[in-house]
Design a protein around this ligand. Sequence first.
Ligand code: AKB
Length: 316
Amino acid sequence: MASKILIIGACGQIGTELTLALREKVGRDNVIASDIREGSEDLMNSGPFEIADATNYNQIEDLVIQHDIEEVYLMAAMLSATAEKFPMKGWDLNMSSLFHVLNLAKEGKIKKVFWPSSIAVFGPTTPKHDTPQTTVMEPTTVYGISKQAGERWCEYYFNKFGVDVRSIRYPGLISYKTLPGGGTTDYAVEIYHEALKNGKYTSFLNKDTELPMMFMDDAIRATISLMEAPSEKVKVRSSYNLSALNFTPDTLAKAIQKHIPEFEISYAPDFRQAIADSWPSSIDDSEARKDWGWRHDFDLEKMTSEMLEGIKEVYH
Ligand code: AKB
């Protein structure tokens, strides 16, 4: 029988697609989706759903026991831009939810944990190009600090208590099924919606701000394949660098103009520019490629076609 999975934060940008993909793979009733509020119709109709607060240990423990859960994907988080506005709330959500899940694993109540980290663990003193797996990490955002601390705790729980925790440093993720919320890389999703709706977009990042990005299908495939990898192949127990594409708002606009020639982009950088400036522009993910065979599939052209088609189908 397939092991039972709990997804915490199932209604967010990654959670929604991860839930749908895992249900497809292991059967709808083997994947329990949970969040503090209900999600899209697609998600709600796809299988069991429970309201739960990721910061409430008792609620999470109850779900684990009630549903006989073996694996937890903890996708609830406050992202970089929002966490700058609500630092204590961001820190509390990002850290307490992680401790709850790590402690459940330490106590033997669950067997395996997935926890998302981010390129936000890096900072202005990190090498900006081809950022290595192991390097200087001095994040300057609340979100980045919480993710870096989380990585240290994951490795600690693995070394000290044998907790089977696995993690990826996601780049900016691009998808059409669920909108992202509160991130610095969100411009790369908004731009597609605005291009189709209004034919123009004002970017909150500068023309030449290059950031690592990835299409959601690749991110979901990576997540599931890391979780399926034999334990001995998972050599990094903090979090794996993962890379697919790097582009600037200008390059992205040009890729969209190939489909919508009249599309216009303008620039009005805000506080998110400083966050983006502190992050790498490209990532060296050779360890993920070597350890568990990661390969990305979507390049900028393929992703742009999928995004435009997908948005038309879902929203128009
Ligand atoms: C954000 O922009 O905060 C996230 C991330 C890169 O982790 N998308």
